[in-house]
Write a protein that binds this ligand. Sequence first.
Ligand SMILES: Nc1ncnc2c1ncn2[C@@H]1O[C@H](COP(=O)(O)OP(=O)(O)OP(=O)(O)O)[C@@H](O)[C@H]1O
Length: 252
Amino acid sequence: MSAPIAAPAAVVFDRVTRRFGSGEGAVDALADVSLDIPRGSIFGVLGESGAGKSTLLRLMNGLDHPTSGRVLVGGTDLASLAPRELRAMRHRIGVVFQHFNLVGNLTARANVALPLRLQHRRDPERVAAMLEFVGLSALADRYPAQLSGGQQQRVAIARALVTGPELLLCDEPTSALDTHTTAEILDLLQTTRTEFGTTIALVTHELDAVQAVCDAAAVFERGVLLDTVAVPRTTRQREQRYLDHVRSRLAS
Ligand SMILES: Nc1ncnc2c1ncn2[C@@H]1O[C@H](COP(=O)(O)OP(=O)(O)OP(=O)(O)O)[C@@H](O)[C@H]1O
């Protein structure tokens, strides 16, 4: 029997170094990092402050480029793209931030529609479907200040997904949320992967978040990739998550 053919990685870091400054003051935010993020996975990027997590995300998003090495997204070296091509590529990548980054004077609905507007597109049905997907149809005409943190993050996720990205970058998406809301947002990320096949990079310093939803995680310290670990999904963990979910529903 022939060996199974591995699906191509959604993101490849090929010997990537990102150096800031020069001479004695130089800092390698990432030092010779090689990493594959499998297509359709939820991949954790774990590390303390200063580990290089944000730098890694900015490189995946094409907002920054390596000092040496290559970052491939969907097989394309981002540094090889002309500005126009890079903009097109970035439409295939959604981003969710720690502090939601919603536009305060736009309703939830208008926030979700924003990425389409920036592409000169209008698709109210798609916007409505995304709001329904994140469970916020009833609150679509509220402004961010009228929503809880968890609700705002749901809007941000709907906004990130509205263009149908194949890659979703999440930068500490639950760090500003309480435990219960964190679990709900992590569940939503899992549903996103299941429903749309989106590859999700989850940057966090929270080990619990990685254990709850990630298939694997890369662990960084001061720019160095210490290890890439598979996260075991035992039956026990699945049962426990289900029980936690049921209990929280009954309690609410
Ligand atoms: N634009 C920059 N200029 C100079 N140094 C930078 C720049 N961006 C990042 N660094 C340095 O690179 C290292 C990694 O920073 P990075 O922000 O990627 O870490 P992080 O893991 O995201 O940290 P945090 O969790 O605090 O956001 C740090 O030492 C930081 O000071």
